[in-house]
Design a protein around this ligand. Sequence first.
Ligand SMILES: Nc1ncnc2c1ncn2[C@@H]1O[C@H](COP(=O)(O)OP(=O)(O)OP(=O)(O)O)[C@@H](O)[C@H]1O
Ligand SMILES: [Mg+2]
Length: 322
Amino acid sequence: MPGYLLEIRDLVVKYYTLSGVVRAVDHVALKLKPGEWLSIVGESGCGKSTMAYSIVRLISPPGRIVGGEIVFDGRDLLRMSRKEFRRILGRDIGVVFQDPMTSLDPLRRIGEQIAEVYMTHLGMKKKEALEKAGEVLERVGIPRDKISSYPHQLSGGQRQRVAIAIAVALKPKLLIADEPTTALDVIVQDTIMDLLQSFKKEGTSILFITHDLALAAERSDRIAVMYAGKLVEEGPVEKIVENPLHPYTQGLLKSVPDLWGPKKIESILGYPPDLRSPPPGCRFHPRCRYADDRCRREEPVLRCFGEHCVACHKAGSSEVEG
Ligand SMILES: Nc1ncnc2c1ncn2[C@@H]1O[C@H](COP(=O)(O)OP(=O)(O)OP(=O)(O)O)[C@@H](O)[C@H]1O
Ligand SMILES: [Mg+2]
């Protein structure tokens, strides 16, 4: 029995576009234990989805995984046959996307779409599979009598619940959710988060992707912060929130509006770099108020203080305080 359910090792993913090579995921490593909720947080374009899609082999041209290993349950997903992988996807790994219509067919009844999972993976007959589909619909909070509805007859939140039902129908070991609540209002967002958490309680590990650090902090066991294709900080949620070591994480935390306290929306100046030509040294240096010559020249490696890891030359010095 391996200690980790998922281990991403030295992953490199690039997009070969006409205007240059985008280094979307640049030597990233991550580990997820069974039953854990890990959130990946970062601004738009930092490579979060590219990393998630790599796990489920959804990178297509002009994108290519050029290096690394993705070990799931002791086996490298990137090096198994397509046939073997298809058996794992949908059974052991479920995926939910930001837009539920990415995984739903607008022309087919939702019950049939859920039933198909049971028919494909477990070889069930249609009648039995539809019965199971009704059960899982109820489990995600949709009345069974909606089983004959088409996706357009449901609300956005309900559609996302159906997408989740498909992803969790076979009780996967891992659920990957890429910004599943971004398009929903905050109340619905909360109920979807509760739903994900209930699957975690039943033993499913969650890899949750969001640009919203506050949302991640409410539910995660661990948080990984990405910046410009790199992992810049990673650790248990309380360490990240109470003692952020990277100036970027500190900036993200300060950008979270506090409804009750004094208004303190202090966003990070500037924009993330163009990943076709990222800056030398630390990629965050053009936006970092602590940056010095070394930061402009030398790329920081990830250093770990116990379970809390950070890639910053200055982290831990008295200069950089959260
Ligand atoms: N199909 C593609 N072709 C070319 N470049 C791409 C493609 N998909 C993503 N990229 C580039 O790769 C980088 C990482 O994109 P990615 O979608 O992984 O970021 P993200 O963190 O998920 O962003 P968001 O929060 O906006 O979803 C970006 O620079 C993006 O422009
Ligand atoms: Mg994305």
